[in-house]
Design a binder for this molecule. Sequence first.
Ligand SMILES: Nc1ncnc2c1ncn2[C@@H]1O[C@H](COP(=O)(O)OP(=O)(O)O)[C@@H](O)[C@H]1O
Ligand SMILES: [Mg+2]
Length: 285
Amino acid sequence: MSDAAVVGAGIAPGNGDLPPPAVVVRDLRHRFGSHVAVDGIDLTVKRGEVFGLLGPNGAGKTTTIRILNTLLPVQEGHVEVFGHDVSRSTMAVRRLLGYVPQQLSIEAALTGRENVSWFARLFDVPRRERRSRVDDALETMGLGDAADRIAGTYSGGMVRRLEPAQALVNRPRLLVLDEPTVGLDPIARDGVWQRVEQLRRSTGMTVIATTHYMEEADALCDRVALMHLGMLRAEGTPEQLEQEIGPDASLEDVFRHFTGGSLDDDTKGGLREVRSARRTARRLG
Ligand SMILES: Nc1ncnc2c1ncn2[C@@H]1O[C@H](COP(=O)(O)OP(=O)(O)O)[C@@H](O)[C@H]1O
Ligand SMILES: [Mg+2]
């Protein structure tokens, strides 16, 4: 499809009754020097869905979402957010987006409420709305009771719920979470996803999350795209993709099928799981 056709399809007002999708990516390519991090991907994220961008470390997930949230320029290709071309309507796109980066963004010496209030000021939330928006955001992420505790005393799972709370004070229409659960134990990971799911249900917000934990995406994303070496290998609902492979296939099996390789060790749950698997083996042996 030509660029003009894509732009027309998304942006032109009165072009049919369908509102533009949350995100449209066409033939996106991104290089860091001679290294090609994103190698020609096409992607559509529908309004109101929880979309998982999956793949091992180095696949190009963070690069892709940093382009769509305007932190990196579009070098080649076309990206639209709710019909806005990200290279031309940068400010409009930023206003629609909440972004939780992979690196921690909270201040340990402040309380949960102070951390979120700081973002409310940063985003220019009107003063008279600040208090209620901050309360809502904390409540939505299940931190109402812990709001006045110093964030340094929070568990890993609570910290990872405080970050989306920061992004929520801006009332974004699209929430982008980069590895929201990395480093958490399975129960805390589940807690983060459950809150995201509730958020989507109560607000109709669109959510994009990257993860290299296949099993949690399987349970919690409406649709997923599998990324490997800068390319998308498959896109669909987890069930669709698994059925293509065979009965009882998991998303990990799907990933192996499309990449012809194995996931990196990280994906299998990390040291913690390896240790507990070893302990179980010793007990049984
Ligand atoms: N700022 C950068 N400069 C050079 N190379 C980078 C930079 N950011 C990412 N890369 C490289 O691009 C590839 C994709 O990285 P990234 O998008 O972070 O992958 P993922 O988020 O899937 O782990 C990796 O090989 C990474 O080393
Ligand atoms: Mg990343």
